[in-house]
Design a protein around this ligand. Structure first.
Ligand code: AMP
Ligand code: MG
Length: 405
């Protein structure tokens, strides 16, 4: 049986085909993956401007200004946001300036209005200022020629604002990978049906559908295949049209676990089946590469927790690679508050809930039952506690690695 890291390396090595680029309107870009880095064609701000409401002055004119002995300066005009002052500020002069107003020529600092008093055409300045005080330099936010946003970044709301300030209204992003999702099992009924005795609702597929959506992939619901070879082959073949095909169930040692046979039968070259992890050991992975169509195929175990965890551990890294995403999932360490019994040499993924204790340190507890059928334990979790192959029993107080969900 191969190790987790070997399996993950195989998945990543097979995910090299990058998703093509498309452009989307600025307001739809959040959550998408930037395809090419954005280099600024201009300084932001374009010209030096004021960070305060006040007066643009010469710092040298007010070096001896105090509350008791304010320095008088002659007010010669105004620079409001959008309405710059066109003249030059000479020695002994001041220009009234608003936040965002362009710093007029000659001035080398701004005194805030609170430290001044204006009467007639004179302003009294009650303190000295540093050179360039309260002035935002040209290019202080983004320099012309600098990389404003790197390729591979998942665009945030703030990125959308940066793109807007640079005038990038059509944003180059990666096309979303299309993921076919197929549940298998005679016992499954769609969630809107009432299960009869022995039936259960298909809970995994809607969870994977939601995971795809929140990750930035395009899910396609292929429905439920019964544990019947013909039905399986037909639905699997439908799924081989997409960038990825993810099936659930049918990969264990049971009498009706036909997926593991059906995948190679339709031409999927299996790279691994069974990985040294818990839960999720029976996970399968292969590549369908026929006549120009290339599909990464994941046969995930049926137990819903195993399904969700193997999706996160194997399918998301594949999509991350295809999308060129540079950020890796957050990993941290935390202090355990509940014991974990581990006696085997598998890598364990345990549902956990992390928080901070009274001293502000990260602590983590397991979320009750770790049965691989109990999807509620994932719903209650905000992280996975990852125990490596060679770790054993964990006692409260031990430091463990957590991955945020
Ligand atoms: P299997 O590997 O096909 O034997 O499935 C393992 C367990 O997971 C069985 O108890 C199935 O009923 C259950 N299961 C399989 N697929 C799903 C699904 N889509 N939603 C909920 N439970 C499932
Ligand atoms: Mg089954």
């Amino acid at each position: 049986m191969i190790s987790f890291s070997e399996a993950l390396s195989m998945v990543i090595a097979s995910s090299t085909r990058a998703m093509p680029t498309e452009t989307v309107p600025l307001v739809l870009a959040a959550g998408r993956i930037l395809a090419t880095s954005i280099v600024s064609s201009q300084n932001i701000p374009a010209a030096p401007n004021s960070a305060m409401d006040g007066y643009a002055i010469h710092a040298e004119d007010v070096t001896s200004a105090t509350v008791d002995a304010p320095t008088p300066l002659r007010v010669i005009g105004e620079s409001a946001a959008g309405l710059p002052f066109s003249g030059v500020v000479g020695r002994g002069q001041a220009v009234r300036i608003m936040t965002g107003g362009v710093l007029p020529e000659g001035a080398n600092g701004v005194i805030e209005v609170e430290a001044t008093t204006e009467a007639d055409t004179t302003v009294l300045v009650r303190r000295a200022i540093r050179l360039w005080e309260s002035v935002r330099a040209a290019g202080e936010d983004i320099q012309e020629g600098a990389e404003a946003i790197p390729a591979g970044k998942r665009l945030t709301a703030a990125d959308v604002g940066v793109l807007a300030s640079l005038g990038v209204v059509n944003v180059p992003v990666r096309v979303k990978p299309i993921v076919g999702l197929l549940a298998t099992g005679n016992e499954l009924v769609e969630p809107f049906r009432t299960p009869s005795l022995g039936q259960i609702r298909n809970s995994s597929l809607p969870a994977l559908y939601a995971l795809c959506n929140s990750f930035g992939a395009e899910p396609i619901d292929l429905g439920i295949a019964s544990d019947d070879r013909e039905d399986l082959l037909e639905k699997i073949e439908q799924g081989l049209r997409y960038d990825l095909l993810v099936t659930t169930g049918g990969v264990s040692a049971g009498e009706y676990d036909f997926v593991q046979h059906a995948l190679p039968d339709v031409g999927v070259a299996i790279q691994f089946h069974n990985v040294n992890i818990r839960p999720g050991k029976p996970v399968m992975f292969g590549v369908y590469d026929v006549a120009g169509q290339r599909t990464l195929v994941f046969g995930l175990p049926g137990n819903p927790v195993s399904t969700v965890i193997t999706f996160q551990q194997f399918v998301l890294p594949a999509m991350r690679t295809m999308l060129g995403i540079t950020e890796q999932p957050m990993k941290m360490t935390a202090r355990l508050t509940s014991p974990i019994n581990k006696t085997d040499s598998k890598r364990h993924f345990i549902r956990g809930f992390f928080s901070t204790d009274e001293t502000g340190q990260l602590v983590v507890a397991t979320t009750g039952t770790q049965s691989s059928g109990a999807l509620s334990s994932v719903s209650k979790a905000n992280c996975l506690i990852v125990l490596s192959e060679n770790s054993g029993f964990q006692k409260p107080g031990d430091i463990v690695t957590i991955e945020l969900l």
